[in-house]
Design a protein around this ligand. Structure first.
Ligand SMILES: [Zn+2]
Length: 265
């Protein structure tokens, strides 16, 4: 059974000391392919380099997270446009709006988001979307740009948000948030209404370590090795076998990001 982690921040420096071991463990757990999230120009370059070093197993996204939106100036834009065309890049983002933490001014978040949607349209690559506390502006911008291909990554919203994304044609990415017995309970209802061919799974490593891992890991660092916990939590919520969730989410990820099955290296 093969799983695909559609969002892992493997360029993060918390993996610098043992990245190869992390990839090895992931493969042993059945995580056949991983999208390495680019969230700044720098992490995008690292994600591309990693993908080149692990052809067919790792793929990159190219983007600037809303937290870093102020860094995506008009002068910086051409470099991102160039990176997005790279052969190892399969999606544009992580991009979107984060009005929860507001680390960049909102007008700059909206500008950076719009630019990245234009890059997605120009390259024909789907968007990798982040949204927190900014749903109304977010959906308006997606509609304005007629976005139809992409994933609402780390979805934690309600039925209304889910349906708005599905109506646009987007996929929905579920993380270990659903494993959280305190704040993830609503997601166990919401996830039932996602068609199997639109449901993707992700760790968002090193963040969002599933809370139901036993024995509990010694560190809080999440990694793709734990993706099966997310698949199992989704399966339990939907009343399906975990093999069903794994097969459908892998097929959906390969379709959206146009991945060939890995050669097994
Ligand atoms: Zn995110």
């Amino acid at each position: 059974m093969e799983l695909i982690d559609i969002g892992a921040n493997l360029a993060h420096d918390s993996f610098d000391a043992d990245r190869e071991a992390i990839l090895q463990r992931a493969a042993e757990a059945g995580v056949a392919q991983i999208l390495v999230t680019g969230s700044s120009e720098d992490s995008t370059r690292k994600a591309i380099a990693l993908s080149g070093a692990h052809r067919g197993r790792l793929f990159a996204t190219a983007g600037v997270h809303p937290h870093h939106a102020a860094d995506l100036t008009a002068d910086a834009l051409p470099a991102l446009q160039e990176l997005a065309r790279d052969e190892y890049v399969v999606a544009v983002g992580e991009c979107g709006l984060d009005y929860f933490r507001d680390l960049s001014p909102r007008d700059l978040q909206r500008r950076a988001f719009g630019w990245q949607l234009e890059i997605s349209a120009a390259t024909g690559k789907p968007v990798f979307l982040h949204q927190r506390d900014g749903h109304d502006d977010f959906i308006a911008i997606l509609r304005e740009h007629r976005v139809t291909r992409g994933v609402a990554h780390c979805f934690t919203g309600n039925e209304k948000e889910r349906d708005a994304y599905l109506e646009l044609g987007l996929h929905i990415g579920i993380t270990g948030w659903i494993n959280d017995e305190r704040r993830g309970l609503h997601l166990r209802e919401v996830v039932k209404g996602i068609p199997a061919d639109r449901l993707l799974i992700e760790t968002d490593a090193p963040y969002l370590l599933p809370r139901d891992i036993r024995p509990a890991p010694k560190t809080r660092r999440n990694e793709p090795f734990y993706l099966p916990y997310v698949a199992r939590a989704i399966a339990a919520a939907r009343g399906e076998s975990w093999e069903t969730v794994a097969a459908a989410s892998t097929a959906a990820a390969r379709h959206l990001f146009r991945l060939s099955p890995s050669s097994g290296q």
